[in-house]
Design a binder for this molecule. Structure first.
Ligand SMILES: *Cc1c(COP(=O)(O)O)cnc(C)c1O
Length: 326
């Protein structure tokens, strides 16, 4: 593995740094998914993570490496969901100021969740791009540190600690499936796994509606796609045409990708609830969904599906359950 933008020892350093602020989550065997797929299937439960999703690992690793002067001034980020919550949570734990910029269409309960964590939420701009522009301006004007949701070595290293935990709990793992959007999660996990053994298969899973990283891999460079609404809302959004780290990592370290339709995502969320008794958000369900819907050939193998988050609107989940059970 050559010319990678980040080294595996940074994952071990991240692990030492972040454990006071995050949970080491469980890896659980799934008898039902194993029986259906003919594989030995395990689920890595980031639904148990502080703030309900894995993103607090990267946020903790990033904020803990800021200088005292930077900490004094605070952080700013753009997010409608799990990354905003994670940054707000870590900033609160460290006694720092946190500003989260969100576009005008954001749902009120998401804004409230971040305010409850002590963040200042600025509702600004019609789109994600406009909110980003506003955040850049404010970062410069108020000397705040801008925290990227994925394209930052410290964020990638934080997410990669999940890969180290999987290797410790299940050294004989053959393949790992990971939800994929900007690629911080998959990039970090793939770095951990491939450093242990090139033979461990790394598989990214996205929604079929606007999978920007998968389209970028096909083109050989970062591309933009029109943003579409999806049940996997935590996976929507671009990778940045100026992507610096995650595209290169994913291109070198990821073996396969798979895509799920909206119906398949809904079925995966309902399956997780009914069979695994897990509350999982759309984006968190796609790796498990790829096994459920036979998107990958894993028969006879020992595989892990990362269940990346559980922050789902309960009314939506209830509706999907009602539709599924007729
Ligand atoms: C952010 C997020 C992802 C995707 O992570 P990337 O690093 O952007 O690929 C997957 N699942 C959940 C629940 C998320 O919040």
């Amino acid at each position: 593995m050559q010319n990678l933008p980040i080294e595996v020892r940074e994952l071990y350093a991240a692990r030492q740094r972040i454990y006071p602020l995050i949970r080491r989550t469980d890896l659980v065997y799934s008898p039902t998914l194993s029986a259906r797929s003919g594989a030995q299937v395990y689920l890595k439960l980031e639904t148990q993570q502080v703030t309900g999703a894995f993103k607090v690992r990267g946020a903790a690793n990033r904020l803990l490496q800021m200088t005292p002067a930077e900490r004094e001034r605070g952080v700013i980020t753009v997010s409608t969901g799990n990354h905003g919550r994670a940054v707000a949570h870590v900033a609160q734990a460290l006694g720092m100021r946190a500003v989260v910029c969100v576009p005008k269409l954001v749902l009120a309960h998401k804004v409230q969740a971040m305010r409850d964590l002590g963040a200042e939420v600025r509702v600004t701009g019609a789109s994600q791009d406009e909110a980003e522009a506003a955040a850049l301006e404010m970062a410069a004007a108020e000397e705040l540190t801008l925290v990227s949701p994925f394209d930052d070595p410290a964020i990638i290293a934080g997410q990669g600690t999940i890969g180290l935990e999987i290797l410790e709990d299940l050294p004989m793992v053959d393949a790992v499936l990971v939800p994929l959007s900007g690629g911080g999660l998959l990039g970090g996990i793939a770095l951990a796994l491939k450093s242990a053994s090139r033979a461990i298969r790394t598989i990214g899973v996205s929604m079929a509606r606007g999978p920007v990283m998968v389209a970028s891999l096909a083109e050989g460079h970062p591309v933009q796609l029109p943003e579409e609404a999806s049940l996997a809302d935590s996976l929507t959004g671009g990778i940045g045409l100026e992507n610096r780290y995650t595209f290169a990592l994913i291109r070198q370290l990821v073996d396969e990708t798979a895509l799920l339709s909206e119906e398949e995502i809904a079925a995966a969320m309902v399956y997780a609830l009914k069979e695994e008794h897990l509350v999982v958000e759309g984006g968190g369900s796609v790796a498990l969904g790829a096994i459920l819907h036979d998107k990958v050939d894993v028969a006879g193998k020992t595989v892990v599906a990362v269940v990346s988050g559980g922050n789902v609107d309960m009314a939506l989940l209830a509706q999907l359950l009602a539709e599924a059970t007729g």
